[in-house]
Design a protein around this ligand. Structure first.
Ligand SMILES: *[C@@H]1O[C@H](CO)[C@@H](O)[C@H](O)[C@H]1NC(C)=O
Ligand SMILES: *[C@@H]1O[C@H](CO)[C@@H](O)[C@H](O)[C@H]1NC(C)=O
Ligand SMILES: *[C@@H]1O[C@H](CO)[C@@H](O)[C@H](O)[C@H]1NC(C)=O
Ligand SMILES: *[C@@H]1O[C@H](CO)[C@@H](O)[C@H](O)[C@H]1NC(C)=O
Ligand SMILES: *[C@@H]1O[C@H](CO)[C@@H](O)[C@H](O)[C@H]1NC(C)=O
Ligand SMILES: *[C@@H]1O[C@H](CO)[C@@H](O)[C@H](O)[C@H]1NC(C)=O
Ligand SMILES: *[C@@H]1O[C@H](CO)[C@@H](O)[C@H](O)[C@H]1NC(C)=O
Ligand SMILES: *[C@@H]1O[C@H](CO)[C@@H](O)[C@H](O)[C@H]1NC(C)=O
Ligand SMILES: *[C@@H]1O[C@H](CO)[C@@H](O)[C@H](O)[C@H]1NC(C)=O
Length: 384
């Protein structure tokens, strides 16, 4: 990215009522935020809005964060003002949240991001970041489970508070991209086979309980015999037309799915279960809701399936299921690193470089970089 250098003070003068300790004073007085300042001045209306705002929190990436982000960002992307504007707006929280207020349990804090292209949520739902305070360290999770640490908390300005963070947040992406980044290739492939990708990617404010690859392997003998109608019925039974973070869930809660039948939530000793399946990785924010990874495939014909909360793994919800060594539905599915899985070629799935997510669906390292590259290219594509 090339930085322009219009005078920030000039922009401030143009902006409404500059007072002492304005956000602009704060930015100009903080050398480690000079890259953020250089980018922000390219969006004078944003500066005006922030200068006039009260009761906001700014997550301000430091210069190291920007230099890391720019290494991954294709040039076309850096020039995509619509994308950069949404990305910057995602760093502004609606409310004053001191780092001590983040809390030991995850809190989902509303941001000012409203562009439907990047946050397709129903009226009343704000796009969020997940904030957590653990052992006195505040951190923030964004799209694709990107983790940013707060390196300097609680600097006040007239409109609220700034936390300096060590990496740029990731804009939440659609469900299919998020699934692939999490190595949830079986559910990604199953959605494609059942023609449901567009549905899950474009519904607003949803919760997706995404079975892990081992969950699909555990019913491996059955998947070949499913009609597309049955597969669609099973998959839509994993989608709830409301956004529910794990902190929203209550014991014995019933959630109506888009398939029509209900799911039952159970909370036990800090663990969350959906029917007979356990949530093994939770609260990955997408552009239209949230994804939780579960260790079993849910069966719409077994709505009374219950967990064995003492067990380390749950029995499949499908009678007569037996496991397979192959991961179903994955032929032709993109891997997190962008290569396509070739089920006839065992080596094909390991052609990527660097860190890989684990089979539980967590997202790590280079996987995220590869997917961000794809997503940035996508966002660049919608520009011109
Ligand atoms: C970005 O930060 C680096 C230090 O990390 C600095 O050398 C560079 O001048 C900064 N660029 C701008 C435009 O502020
Ligand atoms: C600040 O914003 C938060 C979140 O929108 C809201 O709950 C709170 O009432 C606001 N406080 C003030 C003083 O406006
Ligand atoms: C910020 O929160 C307030 C409630 O505290 C709400 O009225 C307002 O619409 C929110 N702004 C945005 C941009 O979401
Ligand atoms: C946003 O949601 C609406 C309603 O579900 C859908 O028609 C539209 O395609 C979605 N837009 C994006 C960018 O996903
Ligand atoms: C559920 O049961 C009905 C009635 O036996 C059957 O038609 C349907 O295919 C079953 N669905 C699945 C997903 O197996
Ligand atoms: C998949 O792997 C097999 C065996 O290595 C190979 O013969 C075949 O050409 C590959 N297919 C694709 C699409 O790469
Ligand atoms: C990703 O999923 C595939 C298929 O289940 C599996 O073979 C691979 O080991 C997983 N990657 C990691 C690092 O767990
Ligand atoms: C998100 O990342 C954290 C650590 O950074 C990890 O503990 C958690 O399991 C991850 N969640 C998912 C869904 O990958
Ligand atoms: C989901 O996002 C990816 C890029 O991140 C894009 O290629 C794909 O078209 C999107 N899916 C839909 C249905 O819009």
């Amino acid at each position: 990215m090339r930085y322009f250098k219009p005078s920030l003070t000039l922009l401030l003068t143009l902006a409404a009522g500059s007072t002492a300790q304005s956000i602009v004073d704060l930015l100009e007085g903080t050398p480690e935020l000079s890259n953020l300042t250089s980018i922000a001045v390219m969006y004078p209306d944003l500066i005006t809005t922030l200068s006039g705002a009260s009761n906001i929190t700014i997550l301000a990436p430091n210069n190291k964060a920007f230099s890391d982000a720019m290494k991954m960002m294709p040039a076309a992307m850096a020039k995509n003002t619509e994308y950069i504007r949404s990305l910057l707006t995602y760093h502004v929280l609606n409310g004053t949240y001191r780092a001590v207020g983040f809390g030991d349990d995850s809190r989902f804090l509303p941001t000012l991001l409203t562009d439907k292209k990047f946050a397709n949520l129903t009226a009343g739902d704000s796009q969020v970041v997940k904030a957590i305070l653990m052992d006195d360290h505040a951190s923030v999770y964004s799209g694709l489970n990107k983790t940013s640490m707060v390196s300097r908390a609680d600097t006040y300005f007239t409109g609220g508070v700034v936390h300096i963070i060590d990496s740029v947040l990731t804009l939440p992406m659609n469900v299919s991209t998020t699934a692939i980044a999490a190595n949830l290739t079986a559910v990604a492939g199953a959605l494609a086979q059942a023609n449901l990708v567009t549905t899950v990617d474009t519904l607003t404010s949803i919760t997706v309980f995404a079975p892990s690859n081992p969950a699909f392997q555990a019913i491996g003998n059955l998947v070949g015999g499913l009609s597309n109608k049955q597969l669609a019925s099973i998959l839509t039974y994993h989608v709830v037309p409301d956004r529910a973070f794990t902190s929203d869930l209550t014991n014995n809660q019933k959630l109506r799915t888009i398939q029509g039948e209900e799911l039952t939530i159970r909370l036990d000793d800090g663990d969350v279960y959906v029917n007979g399946a356990k949530v093994v990785a939770s609260d990955v924010i997408t552009n239209n809701g949230v994804v939780h990874v579960i260790d079993g495939v849910l069966n719409p014909n077994a709505t009374n399936d219950e967990p064995d909360t003492g067990a380390s793994t749950q029995a499949p919800a499908f009678p007569s299921a037996t496991g397979s060594s192959d991961v179903p539905f994955t032929s032709g599915v993109l891997t997190p690193t962008g290569s396509r899985i070739n089920t006839s070629s065992p080596s094909a799935t390991s052609s990527g470089t660097g860190a890989q997510p684990n089979s539980a669906g967590s997202i790590t390292g280079n996987v995220v970089i590869a997917v961000i590259g794809a997503a940035l290219a996508f966002a660049a594509g919608i520009m011109v």
